[in-house]
Ligand binder design. Structure first.
Ligand SMILES: Cc1cc2nc3c(=O)[nH]c(=O)nc-3n(C[C@H](O)[C@H](O)[C@H](O)COP(=O)(O)OP(=O)(O)OC[C@H]3O[C@@H](n4cnc5c(N)ncnc54)[C@H](O)[C@@H]3O)c2cc1C
Length: 359
């Protein structure tokens, strides 16, 4: 059987890339594991133009945000499902000092355009402790990643273009302008394996810096806020009946897919500081973010095997980064357009040649 591209992995990266290729008229087949875990299934899906203590504008926010918005809007219309939820992010100040620091920073016009001017702090008072008021960020929201993954899976299953199995990297046969994998002959194989890329013999030399993350799915009593609350940890309303995702933790050790009591205690301690309502925990979830050492995605073709490509390294911002760079990757593959040098894996090719020479 022939296709243009075979995509390995169906998290945010694989789903967005497969959809982008398909919408541009290329034939795609996805190989998706039946048992390997998927970070995207536990992702909050939050997109936020202003992050961190220093109110830093997300890298390339002015390009990424409008692109992602249009992408998910079109996808949800075509798949007839709601994926995109626009809502502001409210950040209650912890102290007068914090209030002063943040308000001074919002004088910067680059930040000001993402911040609500007249905040109705009273609106939040029944739910969160905010004696010093808070900062409200606009142009934010979340994508329902679980729903997106499910719908994309069904879409490709119905077209018989999704194979459920663990991809076997040792079953490849390279030809001059194509590659064979079992019964498939494709122009290129594009790996979107998230953290599992470290097990990929063709790409395990890339400088990943994976980050384990855990969240709690909770039922909060008498809770009707639609905004995301964030004070280091976030509370994301998943429906209008008080079901919320609370998270997340960030750890660089014990990189396994096990939930821990420590993480649950940590999140509960953080949430207790500002949430006024009682809640029960319905579920605890875990994922490993495929972050990179220089905090930029990994996109491009293998230095030696031009039939192999990678779309990975989306780190903590999969939802925002994937649409823009999937589009750029497809134009690179099909039209020969340039990849952004900050995401192109060519920036770390020296690691590949060094790893080869030491073998
Ligand atoms: C707790 C947590 C909260 C997060 N919150 C947010 C957020 O609010 N906003 C945001 O933008 N991002 C968030 N992220 C980050 C986001 O989840 C990641 O950027 C994103 O999931 C990465 O997607 P991916 O497709 O690269 O990897 P994954 O989602 O891990 O998908 C990789 C897929 O490849 C499959 N696979 C791997 N190897 C093979 C193989 N050999 N054969 C077949 N299939 C294979 C795996 O089974 C998996 O399905 C969060 C992450 C975590 C852990």
């Amino acid at each position: 059987m022939k296709a243009d591209y075979l995509i390995v992995g169906q998290g945010i990266a694989g789903s967005v890339l497969a959809w982008t290729l398909e919408q541009k008229g290329y034939r795609v087949v996805i190989v998706s594991s039946p048992d390997l875990p998927t970070a995207s299934k536990v992702s909050g899906g939050i997109f936020n133009p202003i992050t961190g203590k220093k109110l830093t504008r997300t890298w390339k926010a002015d390009d990424l945000f409008p692109f992602a918005r249009k992408f998910y809007q079109e996808m949800q219309e075509k798949l007839d499902v709601q994926l995109l939820h626009f809502c502001d992010i409210y950040r209650p100040f912890r102290s007068i000092e914090e209030q002063n620091t943040y308000l001074a920073q919002t004088a910067d016009p680059n930040i000001a355009k993402y911040v609500v001017e007249d905040i109705d702090n009273e609106h939040f008072m029944p739910f969160v402790k905010n004696p010093y008021g808070g900062l409200q960020i606009t142009h934010a929201g979340w994508v329902d990643c679980t729903e997106m993954l499910e719908k994309i899976k069904l879409y490709f299953v119905e077209k018989s273009q999704l194979v459920v199995e663990n991809f076997d990297h040792y079953k490849l046969i390279f030809q001059e302008n194509s590659v064979l994998y079992k019964e498939w002959e494709v122009k290129k194989i594009l790996f979107c394996e998230g953290y599992e890329a470290l097990q990929n013999p063709f790409f395990n030399w890339l400088s990943f810096n994976p980050v384990k993350g855990q969240t709690l799915i909770t039922q909060v009593e008498d809770y009707s806020l639609e905004e995301i609350i964030n004070q280091g940890t976030f509370i994301l309303p998943m429906d209008k009946k008080g079901k919320c995702r609370m998270g997340a933790t960030y750890t660089w050790h014990d990189l396994n897919w096990e939930t821990t009591e420590d993480a649950r205690d940590y999140l509960q301690e953080k949430i207790k500081v500002y949430l006024k309502k009682p809640y029960t925990i319905l579920e605890q979830q875990v994922g490993i973010r495929p972050s990179t050492k220089d905090r930029r995605p990994f996109v491009g073709l293998h230095p030696e095997f031009k039939q192999l490509g990678i779309f990975n390294g989306l780190g903590t911002k999969g939802v925002t980064l994937a649409p823009y760079f999937a589009h750029q990757f497809v134009n690179f593959l099909e039209l020969g357009e340039e990849l952004d040098s900050e995401v192109n894996i060519a920036r770390v090719f020296s690691l590949y040649f060094r790893s080869k020479s030491s073998q």
